[in-house]
Design a binder for this molecule. Structure first.
Ligand code: GLC
Length: 452
C-alpha cells in the first residue's frame, strides 16, 4: 500500500514538474492569453505603417545604417520634416476599405525619431516643422473607423547617446574588433537607455487610451548584439500588461524561453510552409509583408507585388491559421503613394465580395486536402469550407474525398450555385464541380462549400 502511494506521488510530481517545466513571467493566469487573442485571430488582416524621417531620403528605413550616417548627417531630415498633407482619416478609410481590421504604426523606428510627444526626448515630431504629435491624430482617426490600434516601437535606437554601438548600428566599426567597440562605447550607459525605453513605452501605453497591440522590434542576442537583458524585457512585459491588460504583444523581445513571453510570432517577408510551432506547439502567428522591398517609403524601388500575389499572401496565411500585416510606407508629405493606393484598392475590391473566406477562418481540418492550384480556408463556427482557385481549370474541378461531406456549393462573389457530381457509383469519393469555362471576373475566385 505504502509502495503504491509512493509510486503515485512520484508520478504526480513528475507530471506537475513537466507541466510547469516552461518558465512563466506570470502577469496573468494560464489560459487568459487565448481570450486576449480572440479578436485578432478572428480579424486576420491588418495594416502596418512605417513612417518616420526616413520618408525624406526615401531610400529605405535603414538608410542611416546602410550609408553609415552620423546624427549630424541625419539632422537635415529632422529639420525638413513637414508632412503638410497628412490626414490620418484618409489612411484609416483606405485601410478599412481594403478589408483591414487593425493597424500598427511606427511610433519610433531604429533611427530613434519619435512621432509622438515624449517627455523624455527633444528628438520628436513636435520639434520639427510638423509641430505636433502625429500619433495622437492617428490613433483617433483609426479608432473612429472602428479599427483596432497598435504601436510599433523600435528597441534599437541609433540616436540615443547611451545606446551602445553594436553590429546593427550605423557607427559599427568596420573591423568589428573588441577594442574598436570599447572605444566607441566609452561613457555610454545602456542602463540609462533601458530606462528611457521603459519610460517611453509607459508614455505610449498611458497617454493614448486603449492600445490593442504592442509591436516591439527587435532582438539580436549574442556577440555585439542585444537581447532581453539589454531591454529589460521581463519587466517591460509586466509593465505593458499592467497598463493595458488586454494588450497583445509580438515575439521580438527575446523572451522565447517563457511560455508567456509573447502572444504571436512574426515571420517576416516569408511564406511559411506550415503553421509555425514553438516547442512543438502551434502558436498564433502573423506574417508582416511589404508591397515592395522596403518598409519605409522608397521612391525608386520597383519590386511591387501584384494584387494576385498580395491576395495569395492573405489567403495563404489564413489557410495555415495565421494573419497578414501588410505594410504601407507613406511619403514625407503624409500620403500613400499611387502604387500603395492601387494595391490597397485591389485588395478591397476582392475583400468586398470574398471576406467571408478570411474573417473568422483558419486552416481546414486535416481530412480536407487542397487540390493542386487551390488553397483552403475554413470557418469552424459556420462549418463552411472555402476553395480559393488560383489556377482556373477547364470546366471542372475535382475535390478528392469531399463527396460525402458536402451539401451545397456556390461561388462566394455572387452566391451562384455550382452543380456537382458524385462519383460514388464508381467507388470514388471525389466531388466533381461543374465550373464555367470562363473564369469569373474576380482576381481569385472562391467556392464556398457548406458541409454536412
Ligand atoms: C525588421 C527591420 C525593420 C522593419 C521590421 C518589420 O526588423 O529592422 O526595418 O521595421 O523588420 O517587421
Amino acid at each position: 500500500m505504502i509502495k503504491r502511494y509512493l509510486l503515485l506521488s512520484i508520478a504526480i510530481l513528475c507530471c506537475t514538474s513537466f507541466a510547469f517545466s516552461q518558465k512563466r513571467i506570470g502577469y496573468e493566469k494560464p489560459g487568459d492569453q487565448e481570450k486576449r487573442l480572440a479578436w485578432w485571430t478572428n480579424d486576420r488582416f491588418g495594416m502596418f505603417i512605417h513612417w518616420g524621417l526616413y520618408a525624406l531620403p526615401a531610400r529605405h528605413e535603414w538608410v542611416k545604417k546602410y550609408e553609415k550616417l552620423t546624427n549630424e548627417d541625419y539632422q537635415k531630415y529632422f529639420e525638413q520634416f513637414n508632412p503638410d498633407l497628412y490626414n490620418p482619416k484618409e489612411w484609416a478609410k483606405a485601410a478599412k476599405a481594403a478589408g483591414m481590421k487593425y493597424a500598427v504604426i511606427t511610433t519610433k523606428h531604429h533611427e530613434g525619431f519619435c512621432m509622438f510627444d515624449s517627455k523624455f526626448t527633444d528628438y520628436k515630431a513636435t520639434n520639427t516643422p510638423a509641430k505636433r504629435d502625429l500619433i495622437k491624430e492617428w490613433v483617433e482617426a483609426f479608432r473612429a473607423e472602428g479599427l483596432k490600434v497598435g504601436f510599433y516601437y523600435s528597441l534599437l535606437d541609433w540616436h540615443h547617446p547611451d545606446f551602445t554601438v553594436d553590429k546593427h548600428h550605423p557607427q559599427q566599426p568596420a573591423n568589428n574588433s573588441d577594442t574598436a567597440y570599447a572605444r566607441l562605447n566609452q561613457g555610454k550607459d545602456m542602463s540609462k537607455y533601458r530606462e528611457y525605453l521603459h519610460n517611453q513605452v509607459r508614455e505610449l501605453l498611458t497617454n493614448y487610451g486603449k492600445i490593442d497591440i504592442m509591436w516591439l522590434d527587435f532582438s539580436y542576442p549574442g556577440k555585439n548584439g542585444k537581447g532581453h537583458d539589454d531591454w529589460g524585457s521581463e519587466e517591460l512585459m509586466k509593465m505593458m500588461h499592467k497598463l493595458q491588460p488586454g494588450i497583445i504583444v509580438d515575439n521580438r523581445l527575446d523572451l522565447d524561453d517563457y511560455e508567456d513571453g509573447f502572444d504571436f510570432v512574426t515571420p517576416e517577408q516569408v511564406v511559411v510552409s506550415d503553421w509555425p510551432t514553438v516547442n512543438g506547439k502551434k502558436v498564433a502567428w502573423e506574417t508582416c509583408q511589404t508591397f515592395s522591398g522596403s518598409w519605409g517609403y522608397h521612391r525608386d524601388e520597383d519590386s511591387w507585388k501584384s494584387p494576385n500575389q498580395l491576395l495569395q499572401l492573405l489567403i495563404g496565411s489564413v489557410s495555415k491559421g495565421g494573419n497578414l500585416l501588410l505594410n504601407v510606407g507613406p511619403t514625407a508629405r503624409g500620403l500613400f503613394d499611387y502604387r500603395a493606393k492601387d494595391a490597397l484598392g485591389a485588395m478591397g475590391e476582392w475583400m468586398q465580395l470574398n471576406s467571408r473566406s478570411i474573417y473568422g477562418c483558419t486552416q481546414a481540418p486535416d481530412e480536407f486536402k487542397a487540390p493542386p492550384g487551390t488553397m483552403l480556408t475554413y470557418n469552424p463556427a459556420t462549418r463552411k469550407l472555402y476553395v480559393h482557385v488560383l489556377v482556373w481549370p477547364f470546366g471542372k474541378l475535382v475535390l478528392p474525398g469531399f463527396n460525402q461531406k458536402v451539401k451545397y456549393v456556390q461561388f462566394l462573389h455572387d452566391n451562384s450555385e455550382i452543380k456537382y457530381l458524385g462519383r460514388e457509383n464508381q467507388g470514388s469519393n471525389d466531388l466533381v464541380l461543374t465550373l464555367p469555362v470562363k473564369k469569373p471576373l474576380v482576381e481569385i475566385p472562391v467556392i464556398e462549400l457548406t458541409l454536412r
